[in-house]
Design a binder for this molecule. Structure first.
Ligand code: NI
Length: 478
């Protein structure tokens, strides 16, 4: 007879089954729990963030982030500002560095674990105040995913808390093709004079790194401008991160004037160092300023980084003081061409003096500066004109190359005439009142540059007064 299972026994069996299920479930849960803990230990122990407000740099705080897992350590210090836009820009950079590190780290993870190496990402911030609320920030990133081969990169940031902007290269410098090339030369010169760098630098890499100003990495100091290059960017790895400091007196001429004012730097007028064997010529423009032609002439000169001398008529300056001022502000030299363009040799001593002085006053009134030399109208000169001019402190400047621009009124003819007669030390006569002269100028400057000529002002040229071929001129410097 089959044994009947009592109700009680049935209940006990059910109870035992429940216990087994419960026990198994608990075990699985525990196992899962420990796995999760273990995973989180290796992958992502929560990062710790601290924000330190600074008393030395008002408005500029420091945020530090630390994170330690069983295979890597993260230490990041970064500037933290109330302005969201600026903060996001900095954050984007930091995140990029983190991402790069994590990618490298994941690639090397198994090797790291096997050898017991730890990965490190360390970003340090150094701050320097350069003017009121304008800061140099240097972010130095060191990263290693194990072993000795860590890499260091530097990201300089210029921060203006007056306007809440990260300053870009065009905020700092006034750049055109010529100035970019000149700054590049300055930096290269510095690299060649730096014994730690000179033997290791690769010129093609350097040229590439400097070819796009938007990617220049610079910081401005009161006495210098530092250009930064990452490891391997322009030189063999042994050179490490390269910092090239360009002395302020060499680079200040390229500063944006608004920025210079902000950081209390005064941009001096550029002094060209003339070498006795250089091919220098002085371009001179008479009879202006002219409302349309003079600005066109100035634009072409600017494009070529050329300086010239403008013999202005007082009567024209009176009408166009702003253009006269612009000529001076753009670094050109002022000359006196008398008040009303009369033949001085037909005037009395008093009239001559009056013609020159009135014009000089007009020029001074418009530009804040006195002219440095006199060109008598028509080149008409005699001993009286020479003596008076000498008394007034103005050397009399003639010309050695006549473009005949007033006669030909033809760009091609002007070019041919000048190129056929030009010589080192030449003073070239042109007029900034004929549109055809402005038309001729771009090609003329290109042609002269091709022949190796450099453009200087009359005063600069007169420094070589003792050399042959300068002039002609009369008076003080002769
Ligand atoms: Ni004239």
């Amino acid at each position: 007879m089959e044994r009947q299972i009592s109700r009680k026994e049935k209940k006990n069996i059910q109870k035992r089954n429940y216990l087994i299920i419960l026990f198994t479930l608990t075990f699985v849960l525990f196992a899962l729990f420990f796995k999760v803990i273990q995973l989180s230990m290796t992958k992502s122990v929560a990062a710790e963030e601290t924000i330190i407000s600074s008393e030395i740099y008002p408005g500029l705080n420091l945020k530090t982030t630390t994170q330690e897992t069983d295979t890597f350590t993260l230490f990041i210090s970064q500037p933290y500002i109330k302005d969201e836009k600026m903060n996001n820009q900095i954050e984007a950079f930091i995140n990029q560095e983190k991402q790069n590190f994590i990618t490298e780290y994941e690639d090397a993870e198994s090797m790291l674990k096997k050898n017991g190496f730890r990965g490190h990402l360390n970003i340090q911030t150094s701050t320097e105040k350069i003017a009121d609320k304008i800061y140099n920030i240097e972010l130095e990133t060191y990263k290693t995913v194990g072993g000795a081969n860590g890499t260091t990169t530097v990201q300089p940031i210029l921060m203006d808390l007056n306007t809440n902007e990260l300053l870009k290269i065009n905020d700092l410098f006034e750049l055109d093709e010529a100035s970019v090339a000149e700054i590049k030369n300055l930096v290269f010169e510095e690299a060649e004079n730096n014994p730690d760098v000179s033997d290791l630098i690769f010129e093609d890499l350097f040229n590439e790194a400097m070819s796009n100003p938007d990617e220049w990495k610079v910081l401005i100091h009161p006495e210098s401008v530092t250009f930064f290059f990452d490891e391997y960017e322009i030189a063999a790895g042994a050179a490490g991160v390269i910092q090239l400091k360009i002395p302020m007196e060499k680079i200040i001429y390229y500063f944006n004037s608004a920025f210079a004012e902000k950081v209390n730097l005064e941009i001096p007028k550029k002094e060209v160092k003339l070498s006795p064997d250089g091919k220098y010529i002085a371009l001179t423009f008479d009879d202006g300023p002219h409302a349309e032609v003079t600005p066109r002439v100035l634009e072409t000169l600017e494009q070529h980084g050329a300086k010239a001398t403008f013999y202005m008529l007082g009567s024209q300056v009176e009408y166009y003081p702003d253009i006269a001022k612009q000529v001076f502000d753009e670094g050109h030299e002022l000359g006196d061409h008398t008040m009303s363009h009369k033949d001085l040799t037909h005037l009395s001593a008093d009239q001559i003096k009056n013609e020159i002085e009135t014009s000089s006053h007009q020029i001074e009134h418009a530009t804040g500066n006195l002219p440095k030399s006199l060109r008598p109208p028509y080149g008409a000169f005699n001993d009286t004109v020479g003596a008076i001019s000498n008394d007034l402190g103005l050397p009399v400047i003639m010309w050695s190359v006549d473009s005949l621009d007033w006669k030909s009124r033809n760009a091609e003819a002007i070019n041919q005439k000048v190129m056929a007669t030009v010589h080192p030390g030449a003073i070239v006569l042109l007029h900034d009142i004929h549109a055809t002269t402005a038309d001729a100028l771009p090609q003329l400057l290109t042609n002269l540059e091709r022949e190796g000529y450099e453009f200087v002002t009359v005063s600069q040229l007169l420094e070589f007064g003792e050399l042959e071929g300068i002039g002609p001129h009369h008076g003080i410097n002769q």
